[in-house]
Design a protein around this ligand. Structure first.
Ligand code: HEC
Ligand code: HEC
Length: 301
């Protein structure tokens, strides 16, 4: 196998391919350019090998994009598995650092500081922490949406801990947005159950006593779902008996469609849209470009 030795360096990008752990791409990616084979008269074999190697590189590149996509997809938590003891312990540690002063050592709540968290479930914790409402910065401040302090994994750890102690609705998993066929039904449900506070376009509206129902332009599918399950502040809880999981998914489909379609005139630049989708589109576009570049490069040789 001496002929397959010294050629790695010819592909500047080879480390990127192998770093993704796509070993299948490696052997074939090496060209037969070993001892004595001159550029002018290479054995026929090498032409075939070149084609094979180009193919292998493309497969490797595709695998790389797939891996990157999978990393995004799982980090967005679409289907996290059941909670582990490790998660609970990690969540307890986070809780003791930033929640215990207001919610108490046993989640029992502390008078004038924070309510009991017994029975609120992982869903409430997910909603509050992922929308940046918790940990509350200062007592008495309206818990508005702000940048989340904890990442997705830490949020799930906190949720696991609170759920383990007090039970309650879990963080939903799987696909949370209904298909396009459910949008119309979702619209009726939205007008019936949500529009009175959030407005027919989801723009948000003032409520009594200086409170507001916020705009629905920023929430992710999972935040919608957990908002309905937990009923933050003056929002009612919409249990699975009142609004079934399928109906919840259709409401989410409706609101997200509303958000991406309606921008009646003017520059809607601040409505940048779901970032996760932009990342996927961006990654996909770069992937196609990379493949095109590799393909052209392989043909020129
Ligand atoms: C400065 C005090 C304070 C801190 C710190 C704090 N909270 Fe809260 N929390 C509150 C108050 C007050 C409320 C009720 C107000 C509201 O819902 O907006 C609340 C509400 C909640 C709720 C909603 C309960 C329900 O019935 O739906 C959850 C869940 C929650 N907090 C979790 C946490 C977690 C997790 C942390 C730590 C990461 C945390 N909180 C840190 C004061 C605090
Ligand atoms: C009685 C009024 C009321 C109704 C009805 C209501 N909400 Fe809310 N909603 C609120 C309030 C108030 C908040 C803010 C809670 C907070 O800040 O803790 C909120 C927050 C939310 C959020 C979080 C927004 C964000 O970006 O942080 C979502 C999502 C949401 N509601 C969805 C819904 C959906 C879907 C329905 C119908 C199924 C609904 N709401 C019905 C009052 C309401």
């Amino acid at each position: 196998m001496t002929e397959e030795t010294d050629v790695d360096a010819d592909y500047g990008f080879e480390p990127a391919v192998s770093a993704t752990g796509a070993p299948a791409a490696q052997p074939a990616a090496r060209l037969n350019r070993g001892a004595g084979a001159s550029w002018g008269r290479r054995p026929r074999r090498s032409a075939v090998r070149r084609k094979l190697s180009a193919l292998a590189i493309m497969v490797g590149a595709l695998a790389a994009m797939g891996g990157a996509y999978a990393a995004f997809a799982t980090s967005s938590g679409a289907q996290e598995s059941s909670t582990s003891a490790q998660q609970i312990t990690a969540g307890q540690q986070l809780y003791q650092v930033s929640c215990i002063t207001c919610h108490g050592a046993n989640l029992q709540g502390i008078k004038n500081q924070g309510p009991s968290l017994i029975g609120v479930g992982g869903a409430a914790v997910y909603f509050q922490v992922s929308t940046g409402r918790m940990p509350l910065a200062a007592q008495g401040a309206y818990a508005a949406r702000k940048e989340a302090k904890y990442d997705e994994a830490q949020t799930e750890q906190l949720a696991a801990f609170v759920e383990n102690v007090g039970g309650g609705p879990k963080i939903p998993t799987g696909e949370l947005r209904g298909g396009s066929a459910t949008i119309a039904a979702g619209g009726s449900l939205f007008r019936l159950n949500c529009a009175s506070c959030h407005g027919t376009t989801g723009k948000g509206a003032p409520l009594s006593a200086g409170k507001i129902a916020p705009s629905l332009n920023e929430a992710t599918d999972k935040q919608f779902y957990t908002a309905m399950l937990s009923g933050p502040e003056s929002m009612p809880v919409f249990s699975d008996q009142e609004i079934t999981p399928a109906q919840k998914r259709s409401i989410i489909a409706y609101v997200q469609a509303l958000r991406s379609s309606a921008d009646p005139g003017g520059a809607g630049v601040d409505r940048i849209g779901p970032v996760s989708e932009a990342i996927v589109i961006w990654a996909g576009g770069v992937g196609v470009l990379m493949i095109a570049i590799l393909w052209i490069g392989a043909r020129v040789r």
